[in-house]
Ligand binder design. Structure first.
Ligand code: GAL
Length: 645
């Protein structure tokens, strides 16, 4: 039986245990499938292996293209000697600048041996990075390499006088994967034995026929598939197809899936929605630099994407700048804030500083085991925003241990501020003890006492571990398990830039004489935990809900519940903030492909209905919202208080 409880009391409806396809309306629209049909399984397939966010070091933020073997090995040695390797930083990744040219006779990539002396192996191979990876592997580390999805790289697009740019003819300087994916990837992963690949995208973005480097005959034109600030004018299927080629080649080369594939197209072409199916990690924004504003920008680009990350797939706000600029040893507050935000966001932790010159305070910040443990928590939940305003933010990350949460209180401003943390932010019972620990002070700081106010210094992030009694007892709100939710269909019908994030100041065009850096990252309207897809509180017929999932109509979410829950319940309805007020929606719940519950048509301003189902033994729930009839705008629906007990 399915139970619907409206404001006027329980309403019992006979459960219709129809096969999923028949129940879904699949055949109702001229045989068209809309992806809303329950599939009965978890459709996300991991790319490579990263059960927890990847950790390591990369040359770019530290050295740019002025990269040498000695510098890389130098930082690798510090990683080992300082304990950072033991703390989890294991991948040592080359970025742009390692390549000399593509050999004319057979297309084999050649290494710049004046920078990488061990690569001068001679003979048929000419050069090889195998001695380099062997050395890293012998140190107990892993090895990462960098390439581009187009014909040419980012360094080539943006500078002409750099001594480390690829050399030779136009064809020899085509060092990217375009047209060479299979042999290049076999070289990097089979012959050279790399473990980690970062694939940039300048080659498909910055070589239009009109660009000076092309008109001057230095490079071949490639009609841009990525238009950086314009998802509509990007050729998204073509971009996905190119990255799929890389993903599939790596799966063939590494059948054990022991690789990491890092997509680097800077949040463009709507990658924030599809990156999870094509890479292990995917950049959600433009390049970080060592400034406070840029760091916040990059954090903001992941902060609302909590339902897109989980074990094996992670939003990537870019590499760390801890140790550099505003985050150097003279700025411990900012450095700790940066680390705290990356850890609470379950972001990859890739060090970007020259560790041979790093101050012990920088090593200590990077090596804080308690903070790293939050990032690497096995539940794989990204932190969810519990409170946000212009100046302050509270982000809560549910950890694997029941009743354990990490929380970051952030002061974004240059003035001191006060932040009140409440049990409700943590979804803990306010009348039971909540024990707090300060992860930067390494100190237990007593009980929350229901709520507690903290004074934060300018730019400070307080990072706490909180242990308490969940509001739900042994159950969980679905918004407390974002790592176990997969966005199968987001319901977005037109791409919109996320208005919460302005495009960052372009380091190449920092002036203000043009129209400005308008928001550019698509993905606005994607489902959210504890918020609507458009960033509002969840609210149905005037009743606000602190917990739940906010979605667009015509969406399907999958939730893994194999932990043995017995019951699903939610209050469902059209959200008050909907743009489309005229259409109705229907909420459908499936368990392992079988329909468990169905709401009546829910209209604007109609009180939420309670939807419950027995789910004992169910492994995968599917939450479908279907729009009934045309609307006057996008329809926002709320699975308020969606929970499993
Ligand atoms: C950028 C990328 C950076 C770095 C650089 C190298 O596109 O986002 O992380 O790899 O290229 O040129």
């Amino acid at each position: 039986m399915l139970r619907l409880i409206g404001r006027h009391g329980p309403l019992l409806v006979a459960a219709m245990l129809l096969p999923a396809a028949a129940a879904s309306g699949k055949h109702s629209r001229a045989g068209r499938t809309d992806g809303l049909e329950a599939t009965g399984h978890w459709s996300h397939r991991k790319v490579g292996s990263a059960e927890t966010p990847p950790m390591g070091w990369n040359s770019w933020n530290a050295f740019g293209t002025a990269i040498t073997e000695a510098k890389v090995i130098g930082s690798a040695e510090v990683i080992r000697a300082s304990g950072l390797a033991e703390a989890g930083y294991r991948s040592i990744n080359l970025d742009d600048g390692w390549w000399l040219k593509r050999r004319a006779s057979d297309g084999r990539m050649q290494v710049r041996t004046n920078l990488f002396p061990s690569a001068a192996v001679g003979g048929r191979e000419g050069t090889s990075l195998r001695p380099f990876t062997d050395r890293l592997h012998a140190m107990g580390l892993r090895a990462g390499i960098y390439t581009d999805i187009g014909r040419n790289a980012c360094s080539q697009a943006w500078s002409s006088d750099n001594p480390n740019l690829p050399e030779g003819t136009v064809a020899e300087r085509e060092v990217g994967l375009y047209g060479h994916a299979e042999p290049d990837l076999a070289l990097y992963f089979r012959d050279w034995n790399f473990d980690y690949l970062k694939v940039d995208a300048c080659g498909i973005a910055h070589y239009a026929a009109t660009r000076p480097q092309v008109t001057q005959g230095r490079f071949r034109a490639l009609a841009p598939l990525v238009v950086d600030a314009d998802a509509n004018r990007s050729d998204i299927p073509a971009v996905r197809a190119l990255y799929a080629q890389v993903r599939d080649a790596l799966r063939r080369l590494r059948p054990a899936n022991d690789f990491v594939l890092s997509l680097c197209n800077w949040g463009s072409a709507n990658v924030r929605a599809w990156g999870k199916d094509f890479g292990t990690i995917w950049r959600t924004s433009n390049d970080i630099d060592p400034t406070w504003g840029r760091m916040l920008h990059n954090f903001d680009s992941v902060a609302t994407r909590e339902l897109y990350a989980g074990p094996g797939h992670w939003n990537d706000p870019d590499m760390l700048e801890v140790g550099n600029g505003t985050f150097d040893a003279a700025h411990p507050v900012e450095a700790q804030a940066h680390m705290s935000l990356w850890a609470i966001a379950a972001a990859p932790l890739v060090i970007g500083t020259d560790l041979t010159r790093a101050d012990p305070r920088t090593i200590a910040t990077l090596g804080n085991r308690e903070v790293i443990a939050v990032d690497q928590d096995s539940a794989g939940n990204q932190g969810v925003i519990a409170y946000t305003d212009d100046e302050r933010e509270i982000v809560v990350k549910s950890l694997a241990g029941h009743g354990a949460k990490a929380v970051v209180l952030l002061n974004r401003t240059a003035e001191p501020t006060d932040i009140m943390l409440t049990a409700a932010h943590l979804k803990f019972a306010g009348d039971r003890p909540t024990v707090l620990r300060d992860l930067w002070a390494h100190a237990d700081i007593g009980d929350l006492g229901g709520q507690r106010s903290f004074r934060l210094a300018p730019h400070q992030a307080l990072m706490l571990l909180a242990r308490g009694t969940p509001e739900r007892g042994s159950g969980l709100y679905l918004s407390e398990m974002p790592g176990r939710i997969n966005v199968a269909v987001d319901g977005i019908t037109a791409l919109e830039p996320d208005p919460l994030i302005h495009r960052m100041v372009d380091p190449y065009h920092p002036g203000t004489t043009w129209t400005g850096n308008r928001p550019a990252y698509a993905g606005w309207g994607g489902p959210r935990a504890d918020a609507t897809p458009y960033g509002q509180d969840l609210r149905v017929a005037g009743v606000a809900y602190r917990s739940g999932l906010g979605v667009l109509a015509n969406s399907r979410l999958e939730a893994r519940v194999e932990r043995g829950f017995r019951r699903f319940s939610a209050r469902v309805g059209l959200d008050d903030s909907t743009r489309g007020t005229r259409a109705a929606v229907r909420f459908e719940l499936y368990g392992d492909g079988r329909r468990l519950a169905l709401s009546p048509p829910m209209r604007f301003n109609q009180p939420a209905a309670e939807l419950t189902a027995e789910i004992a033994g169910v492994r995968v729930l599917e939450l479908v919202v279907r729009q009934l009839g045309p609307a006057n705008g996008n329809v926002v629906a709320s699975w308020a208080e969606a929970r499993v007990d």
